[in-house]
Design a protein. Structure first.
Length: 404
Protein backbone atom coordinates (compact mmCIF):
# COMPACT_ATOMS: atom_id res chain seq x y z
CA UNK A 1 0.00 0.00 0.00
CA UNK A 2 1.50 3.42 -0.96
CA UNK A 3 2.12 5.66 2.06
CA UNK A 4 2.15 9.41 2.57
CA UNK A 5 5.47 10.71 4.00
CA UNK A 6 3.70 11.57 7.27
CA UNK A 7 2.52 7.99 7.58
CA UNK A 8 6.05 6.84 6.73
CA UNK A 9 7.33 8.82 9.73
CA UNK A 10 5.43 6.30 11.81
CA UNK A 11 5.33 3.19 9.59
CA UNK A 12 8.71 3.21 7.84
CA UNK A 13 9.98 0.55 5.41
CA UNK A 14 13.56 1.06 6.63
CA UNK A 15 15.26 -1.73 8.54
CA UNK A 16 18.73 -1.38 10.00
CA UNK A 17 20.92 -4.42 9.32
CA UNK A 18 20.57 -7.21 11.87
CA UNK A 19 23.37 -8.76 13.86
CA UNK A 20 24.98 -5.97 15.91
CA UNK A 21 26.43 -7.61 18.99
CA UNK A 22 26.97 -5.06 21.75
CA UNK A 23 28.55 -5.62 25.12
CA UNK A 24 25.95 -3.23 26.56
CA UNK A 25 22.32 -4.23 27.14
CA UNK A 26 20.20 -2.17 24.70
CA UNK A 27 17.81 0.34 26.24
CA UNK A 28 14.32 -0.87 25.34
CA UNK A 29 11.93 1.97 26.09
CA UNK A 30 8.26 1.30 25.64
CA UNK A 31 4.80 1.38 27.07
CA UNK A 32 3.16 -0.62 24.27
CA UNK A 33 4.31 -4.16 23.61
CA UNK A 34 3.00 -5.41 20.23
CA UNK A 35 0.97 -8.60 19.89
CA UNK A 36 1.20 -10.78 16.75
CA UNK A 37 -2.60 -10.94 16.30
CA UNK A 38 -5.90 -9.83 17.85
CA UNK A 39 -6.46 -13.06 19.73
CA UNK A 40 -3.03 -12.89 21.37
CA UNK A 41 -3.84 -9.69 23.31
CA UNK A 42 -3.73 -10.19 27.06
CA UNK A 43 -2.82 -8.26 30.20
CA UNK A 44 -0.87 -10.91 32.13
CA UNK A 45 1.75 -9.21 34.31
CA UNK A 46 4.12 -12.18 34.42
CA UNK A 47 6.27 -11.62 31.33
CA UNK A 48 8.13 -14.90 31.91
CA UNK A 49 4.83 -16.75 31.53
CA UNK A 50 3.04 -14.67 28.89
CA UNK A 51 5.79 -12.98 26.89
CA UNK A 52 5.78 -9.20 26.69
CA UNK A 53 2.33 -7.66 27.20
CA UNK A 54 2.87 -4.13 28.51
CA UNK A 55 5.83 -1.89 29.33
CA UNK A 56 4.66 -1.45 32.91
CA UNK A 57 5.65 -5.04 33.66
CA UNK A 58 9.17 -4.62 32.31
CA UNK A 59 10.93 -4.19 28.98
CA UNK A 60 13.92 -6.47 28.21
CA UNK A 61 16.25 -3.88 29.81
CA UNK A 62 14.28 -3.94 33.06
CA UNK A 63 14.00 -7.73 33.08
CA UNK A 64 17.71 -8.12 32.33
CA UNK A 65 18.52 -6.04 35.43
CA UNK A 66 15.95 -7.97 37.47
CA UNK A 67 17.48 -11.28 36.35
CA UNK A 68 20.99 -10.17 37.19
CA UNK A 69 20.05 -8.98 40.68
CA UNK A 70 18.24 -12.27 41.24
CA UNK A 71 21.30 -14.21 40.11
CA UNK A 72 23.55 -12.29 42.54
CA UNK A 73 21.14 -12.69 45.45
CA UNK A 74 20.34 -16.38 44.73
CA UNK A 75 16.60 -15.72 44.83
CA UNK A 76 13.67 -17.16 42.88
CA UNK A 77 12.76 -13.96 41.01
CA UNK A 78 13.30 -10.18 41.24
CA UNK A 79 11.09 -7.20 40.45
CA UNK A 80 12.57 -3.76 39.85
CA UNK A 81 10.89 -0.67 41.32
CA UNK A 82 11.40 3.07 40.77
CA UNK A 83 13.36 3.44 44.03
CA UNK A 84 14.28 1.66 47.24
CA UNK A 85 11.42 3.26 49.15
CA UNK A 86 8.97 2.08 46.44
CA UNK A 87 10.30 -1.46 47.01
CA UNK A 88 9.62 -1.13 50.73
CA UNK A 89 6.06 0.13 50.29
CA UNK A 90 5.29 -2.48 47.63
CA UNK A 91 6.38 -5.31 49.96
CA UNK A 92 4.07 -3.93 52.64
CA UNK A 93 1.15 -3.59 50.19
CA UNK A 94 1.70 -7.09 48.83
CA UNK A 95 2.01 -9.00 52.09
CA UNK A 96 -0.16 -7.09 54.59
CA UNK A 97 -3.87 -6.37 54.92
CA UNK A 98 -6.16 -4.68 57.45
CA UNK A 99 -6.09 -6.52 60.78
CA UNK A 100 -2.50 -7.79 60.32
CA UNK A 101 0.43 -6.95 62.56
CA UNK A 102 3.95 -6.06 61.39
CA UNK A 103 7.25 -5.83 63.32
CA UNK A 104 10.01 -3.35 62.42
CA UNK A 105 13.41 -2.73 64.05
CA UNK A 106 13.81 0.67 65.69
CA UNK A 107 16.89 1.18 63.52
CA UNK A 108 15.01 0.71 60.23
CA UNK A 109 15.44 3.34 57.47
CA UNK A 110 13.26 6.16 58.75
CA UNK A 111 10.89 6.49 55.71
CA UNK A 112 10.23 2.74 56.10
CA UNK A 113 9.29 3.32 59.74
CA UNK A 114 7.14 6.32 58.79
CA UNK A 115 5.40 4.35 56.02
CA UNK A 116 4.43 1.80 58.68
CA UNK A 117 3.38 4.26 61.35
CA UNK A 118 1.47 6.55 58.97
CA UNK A 119 0.22 4.63 55.91
CA UNK A 120 -0.03 1.08 57.28
CA UNK A 121 -1.71 2.20 60.51
CA UNK A 122 -4.18 4.24 58.43
CA UNK A 123 -5.01 1.03 56.54
CA UNK A 124 -5.69 -0.85 59.80
CA UNK A 125 -2.34 -2.67 60.18
CA UNK A 126 -0.88 -2.83 63.72
CA UNK A 127 2.77 -1.80 63.91
CA UNK A 128 5.30 -2.67 66.64
CA UNK A 129 8.89 -1.48 66.73
CA UNK A 130 11.44 -3.86 68.26
CA UNK A 131 15.02 -3.44 69.47
CA UNK A 132 17.27 -4.30 66.50
CA UNK A 133 19.50 -6.47 68.71
CA UNK A 134 16.56 -8.47 70.10
CA UNK A 135 17.27 -11.50 67.91
CA UNK A 136 20.45 -12.07 69.87
CA UNK A 137 18.27 -12.59 72.92
CA UNK A 138 16.37 -15.23 70.97
CA UNK A 139 19.59 -17.05 70.18
CA UNK A 140 20.73 -16.91 73.80
CA UNK A 141 17.30 -18.03 74.96
CA UNK A 142 17.43 -21.05 72.67
CA UNK A 143 20.89 -22.06 73.87
CA UNK A 144 20.42 -21.43 77.57
CA UNK A 145 16.84 -22.54 78.03
CA UNK A 146 15.83 -19.06 79.25
CA UNK A 147 12.10 -18.62 78.62
CA UNK A 148 11.49 -17.68 75.00
CA UNK A 149 9.40 -14.69 76.04
CA UNK A 150 12.64 -12.80 76.62
CA UNK A 151 13.30 -12.75 72.89
CA UNK A 152 11.35 -11.49 69.93
CA UNK A 153 8.78 -14.27 70.42
CA UNK A 154 6.97 -12.19 73.03
CA UNK A 155 6.20 -9.63 70.32
CA UNK A 156 4.44 -12.07 68.00
CA UNK A 157 0.66 -12.10 67.96
CA UNK A 158 -1.65 -14.48 66.13
CA UNK A 159 -2.02 -11.80 63.42
CA UNK A 160 1.73 -11.06 62.98
CA UNK A 161 2.31 -11.57 59.25
CA UNK A 162 5.56 -9.79 58.49
CA UNK A 163 8.84 -9.02 60.28
CA UNK A 164 11.17 -6.46 58.77
CA UNK A 165 14.94 -6.61 59.31
CA UNK A 166 17.60 -4.18 58.20
CA UNK A 167 21.14 -5.26 58.96
CA UNK A 168 23.08 -3.21 59.80
CA UNK A 169 20.46 -0.65 60.81
CA UNK A 170 20.38 2.84 59.34
CA UNK A 171 22.85 5.26 60.98
CA UNK A 172 23.20 3.40 64.31
CA UNK A 173 24.51 0.31 62.45
CA UNK A 174 23.28 -2.52 64.71
CA UNK A 175 23.91 -5.89 63.03
CA UNK A 176 20.83 -8.05 63.49
CA UNK A 177 20.68 -11.76 64.24
CA UNK A 178 18.65 -12.38 61.11
CA UNK A 179 18.82 -16.21 61.26
CA UNK A 180 17.42 -16.19 64.82
CA UNK A 181 14.67 -13.74 63.85
CA UNK A 182 13.83 -15.88 60.80
CA UNK A 183 13.49 -18.98 62.98
CA UNK A 184 11.21 -17.17 65.43
CA UNK A 185 9.13 -15.64 62.63
CA UNK A 186 8.69 -18.91 60.77
CA UNK A 187 7.67 -20.68 63.98
CA UNK A 188 5.01 -17.99 64.36
CA UNK A 189 3.91 -18.26 60.71
CA UNK A 190 5.24 -14.82 59.70
CA UNK A 191 7.33 -13.83 56.69
CA UNK A 192 10.68 -12.04 57.00
CA UNK A 193 11.60 -9.13 54.71
CA UNK A 194 15.16 -7.79 54.77
CA UNK A 195 16.54 -4.45 53.60
CA UNK A 196 19.85 -5.80 52.27
CA UNK A 197 21.11 -2.52 50.77
CA UNK A 198 24.22 -2.07 52.94
CA UNK A 199 25.50 -5.50 51.93
CA UNK A 200 24.69 -4.70 48.26
CA UNK A 201 22.77 -7.97 48.20
CA UNK A 202 26.15 -9.72 48.21
CA UNK A 203 27.87 -9.63 51.60
CA UNK A 204 24.88 -11.18 53.36
CA UNK A 205 23.41 -14.22 51.58
CA UNK A 206 19.82 -13.68 52.68
CA UNK A 207 18.22 -16.69 51.02
CA UNK A 208 20.87 -19.04 52.41
CA UNK A 209 19.69 -17.71 55.78
CA UNK A 210 16.06 -18.45 54.84
CA UNK A 211 14.86 -14.87 54.54
CA UNK A 212 11.66 -14.77 52.47
CA UNK A 213 11.88 -11.39 50.75
CA UNK A 214 14.81 -9.03 50.23
CA UNK A 215 14.89 -5.51 48.92
CA UNK A 216 17.73 -3.23 47.94
CA UNK A 217 17.92 0.41 47.07
CA UNK A 218 19.76 -0.10 43.76
CA UNK A 219 20.19 3.67 44.03
CA UNK A 220 23.17 2.86 46.27
CA UNK A 221 25.94 0.36 45.43
CA UNK A 222 24.47 -1.14 42.26
CA UNK A 223 23.90 2.27 40.64
CA UNK A 224 27.02 3.49 42.37
CA UNK A 225 27.29 6.95 40.81
CA UNK A 226 24.54 8.99 42.54
CA UNK A 227 22.73 9.47 39.22
CA UNK A 228 19.71 7.18 39.45
CA UNK A 229 16.91 5.99 41.74
CA UNK A 230 15.89 2.31 41.59
CA UNK A 231 14.93 -0.50 43.91
CA UNK A 232 14.66 -4.28 43.74
CA UNK A 233 12.59 -6.90 45.49
CA UNK A 234 13.73 -10.51 45.38
CA UNK A 235 11.66 -13.42 46.69
CA UNK A 236 12.38 -16.94 47.81
CA UNK A 237 9.66 -18.83 45.88
CA UNK A 238 6.97 -18.81 43.25
CA UNK A 239 4.08 -18.20 45.66
CA UNK A 240 5.68 -15.02 46.97
CA UNK A 241 6.50 -13.96 43.39
CA UNK A 242 2.86 -14.32 42.28
CA UNK A 243 1.61 -12.33 45.26
CA UNK A 244 4.20 -9.61 44.73
CA UNK A 245 3.87 -9.44 40.94
CA UNK A 246 0.10 -9.07 40.97
CA UNK A 247 0.37 -6.23 43.52
CA UNK A 248 3.17 -4.61 41.50
CA UNK A 249 0.83 -4.57 38.48
CA UNK A 250 -1.95 -2.84 40.42
CA UNK A 251 0.25 -0.37 42.29
CA UNK A 252 1.79 0.41 38.89
CA UNK A 253 5.29 1.28 40.01
CA UNK A 254 7.26 0.65 36.81
CA UNK A 255 11.00 1.30 36.63
CA UNK A 256 12.59 3.42 33.88
CA UNK A 257 14.54 1.37 31.30
CA UNK A 258 17.05 4.24 31.09
CA UNK A 259 17.77 4.03 34.80
CA UNK A 260 17.95 0.23 34.53
CA UNK A 261 20.53 0.58 31.78
CA UNK A 262 22.64 2.79 34.06
CA UNK A 263 22.28 0.21 36.84
CA UNK A 264 23.35 -2.57 34.45
CA UNK A 265 26.44 -0.53 33.64
CA UNK A 266 27.01 0.10 37.35
CA UNK A 267 26.88 -3.63 38.05
CA UNK A 268 29.88 -4.28 35.83
CA UNK A 269 32.16 -2.31 38.15
CA UNK A 270 30.38 -3.23 41.39
CA UNK A 271 33.03 -5.79 42.37
CA UNK A 272 35.92 -3.36 41.94
CA UNK A 273 34.13 -0.47 43.60
CA UNK A 274 33.07 -2.57 46.59
CA UNK A 275 36.59 -3.92 47.06
CA UNK A 276 38.17 -0.46 47.03
CA UNK A 277 35.46 1.04 49.23
CA UNK A 278 35.62 -1.84 51.72
CA UNK A 279 39.39 -1.48 52.13
CA UNK A 280 39.30 2.32 52.47
CA UNK A 281 36.37 2.27 54.90
CA UNK A 282 38.09 -0.34 57.09
CA UNK A 283 41.38 1.57 57.23
CA UNK A 284 39.64 4.90 57.91
CA UNK A 285 37.34 3.47 60.57
CA UNK A 286 40.29 1.75 62.33
CA UNK A 287 42.23 5.02 62.26
CA UNK A 288 39.21 6.89 63.68
CA UNK A 289 39.08 4.54 66.69
CA UNK A 290 42.43 6.03 67.76
CA UNK A 291 41.22 9.64 67.72
CA UNK A 292 40.57 11.08 71.16
CA UNK A 293 37.57 13.12 69.88
CA UNK A 294 35.69 9.93 68.99
CA UNK A 295 33.96 7.78 71.58
CA UNK A 296 32.66 5.05 69.27
CA UNK A 297 33.12 3.90 65.69
CA UNK A 298 30.03 2.05 64.51
CA UNK A 299 31.45 -0.08 61.71
CA UNK A 300 30.16 -3.69 61.66
CA UNK A 301 33.67 -5.08 61.12
CA UNK A 302 34.90 -3.44 64.36
CA UNK A 303 34.28 -4.91 67.81
CA UNK A 304 32.81 -1.57 68.95
CA UNK A 305 29.74 -2.03 66.71
CA UNK A 306 26.66 -3.67 68.27
CA UNK A 307 26.28 -7.08 66.65
CA UNK A 308 29.89 -7.27 65.42
CA UNK A 309 30.08 -10.98 66.37
CA UNK A 310 27.02 -11.64 64.22
CA UNK A 311 28.58 -9.73 61.32
CA UNK A 312 31.64 -11.99 61.66
CA UNK A 313 29.44 -15.09 61.65
CA UNK A 314 27.03 -14.15 58.84
CA UNK A 315 28.63 -11.63 56.47
CA UNK A 316 31.34 -12.18 53.87
CA UNK A 317 32.50 -8.55 53.76
CA UNK A 318 31.69 -4.97 54.61
CA UNK A 319 30.77 -1.94 52.56
CA UNK A 320 31.60 1.72 52.99
CA UNK A 321 28.94 3.23 55.25
CA UNK A 322 29.56 3.58 58.98
CA UNK A 323 29.01 6.11 61.76
CA UNK A 324 31.13 7.84 64.36
CA UNK A 325 29.97 9.05 67.76
CA UNK A 326 31.85 11.99 69.27
CA UNK A 327 32.75 12.26 72.95
CA UNK A 328 30.23 13.64 75.45
CA UNK A 329 31.93 17.01 75.69
CA UNK A 330 31.25 17.97 72.07
CA UNK A 331 28.36 20.33 71.43
CA UNK A 332 26.00 20.11 68.48
CA UNK A 333 27.62 23.25 67.09
CA UNK A 334 31.01 21.53 67.12
CA UNK A 335 29.68 18.38 65.45
CA UNK A 336 28.09 20.48 62.69
CA UNK A 337 31.34 22.46 62.40
CA UNK A 338 33.20 19.15 61.85
CA UNK A 339 30.91 18.25 58.95
CA UNK A 340 31.12 21.76 57.50
CA UNK A 341 34.92 21.73 57.72
CA UNK A 342 35.21 18.61 55.53
CA UNK A 343 36.44 19.48 52.06
CA UNK A 344 36.31 16.17 50.18
CA UNK A 345 33.32 14.67 51.98
CA UNK A 346 30.20 16.33 50.59
CA UNK A 347 27.02 16.80 52.64
CA UNK A 348 23.96 15.00 51.32
CA UNK A 349 21.53 12.10 51.60
CA UNK A 350 21.82 8.77 49.89
CA UNK A 351 25.17 7.01 49.88
CA UNK A 352 27.35 4.40 48.16
CA UNK A 353 28.38 6.58 45.24
CA UNK A 354 31.93 7.42 44.16
CA UNK A 355 31.93 10.64 46.23
CA UNK A 356 32.40 10.41 50.00
CA UNK A 357 29.55 11.90 52.04
CA UNK A 358 28.95 12.96 55.64
CA UNK A 359 25.68 13.70 57.43
CA UNK A 360 25.16 14.60 61.11
CA UNK A 361 22.08 13.24 62.88
CA UNK A 362 20.43 14.14 66.15
CA UNK A 363 18.66 11.39 68.11
CA UNK A 364 18.19 13.61 71.16
CA UNK A 365 14.86 12.91 72.81
CA UNK A 366 14.23 9.71 70.80
CA UNK A 367 13.94 6.88 73.35
CA UNK A 368 13.81 4.34 70.51
CA UNK A 369 17.42 5.05 69.44
CA UNK A 370 20.67 4.65 71.40
CA UNK A 371 21.71 7.58 73.52
CA UNK A 372 24.04 9.22 70.97
CA UNK A 373 22.09 12.51 70.94
CA UNK A 374 23.55 15.05 68.52
CA UNK A 375 26.98 13.37 68.55
CA UNK A 376 26.56 10.95 65.63
CA UNK A 377 27.78 11.46 62.06
CA UNK A 378 27.33 8.94 59.25
CA UNK A 379 30.10 8.63 56.67
CA UNK A 380 29.88 7.03 53.24
CA UNK A 381 33.30 6.29 51.81
CA UNK A 382 33.72 6.77 48.07
CA UNK A 383 36.51 6.18 45.59
CA UNK A 384 38.83 9.03 46.49
CA UNK A 385 42.37 8.12 47.59
CA UNK A 386 42.14 6.84 51.17
CA UNK A 387 45.06 9.01 52.39
CA UNK A 388 43.33 12.16 51.15
CA UNK A 389 40.11 11.23 52.94
CA UNK A 390 42.03 10.61 56.17
CA UNK A 391 43.77 13.99 55.83
CA UNK A 392 40.40 15.64 55.26
CA UNK A 393 38.94 14.03 58.39
CA UNK A 394 42.02 14.98 60.37
CA UNK A 395 41.85 18.67 59.47
CA UNK A 396 38.09 18.74 60.17
CA UNK A 397 38.64 17.14 63.61
CA UNK A 398 41.24 19.78 64.39
CA UNK A 399 38.91 22.59 63.31
CA UNK A 400 36.07 21.13 65.38
CA UNK A 401 38.17 20.98 68.53
CA UNK A 402 39.29 24.58 68.11
CA UNK A 403 35.62 25.75 67.97
CA UNK A 404 34.13 26.76 71.28
C1 LIG B 1 18.81 1.41 53.99
C2 LIG B 1 18.00 2.12 52.94
N1 LIG B 1 16.94 1.50 52.42
C3 LIG B 1 16.17 2.10 51.48
C4 LIG B 1 16.45 3.36 51.03
C5 LIG B 1 15.55 4.01 50.02
O1 LIG B 1 16.12 4.04 48.77
P1 LIG B 1 15.72 5.14 47.67
O2 LIG B 1 16.44 6.39 48.04
O3 LIG B 1 16.18 4.52 46.40
O4 LIG B 1 14.23 5.28 47.72
C6 LIG B 1 17.56 4.05 51.55
C7 LIG B 1 17.89 5.41 51.08
O5 LIG B 1 18.69 6.12 51.63
C8 LIG B 1 18.35 3.42 52.54
O6 LIG B 1 19.41 4.04 53.10
Amino acid sequence: MPKNWKTKLIHSDVHAPDGFQSLATPVYRGSTALFPNAAAVNDTWDQYEAGYTYGLYGTPTVLELAGRICELEHGYRTLVTPGGQAAISLINFAFLKAGDHVLLPESVYSPSRRFASHVLRRFGVDVTLYRPTIGQAVEEAQQSGVPKAEGIQSLFRPNTKLVWCESPGSITMEVQDVPAIVRAAHEAGALVALDNTWAAGIYFDAFAHEVDITMQALTKYVGGHSDLLLGSITVRDEGLYKRLGSTHQLVGCAASPDDCSLALRGMKTLGLRLKHIEESALLISQWLTQRSEIELVLHPALASCPGHEIWKRDFSGSSGVFSIVFGQKFTKKQVLAFVDALELFEIGYSWAGVTSLAVAYDFGGNPARPNYGHRIVRLSIGLEEMGDLKADLQQALQQMSSQS
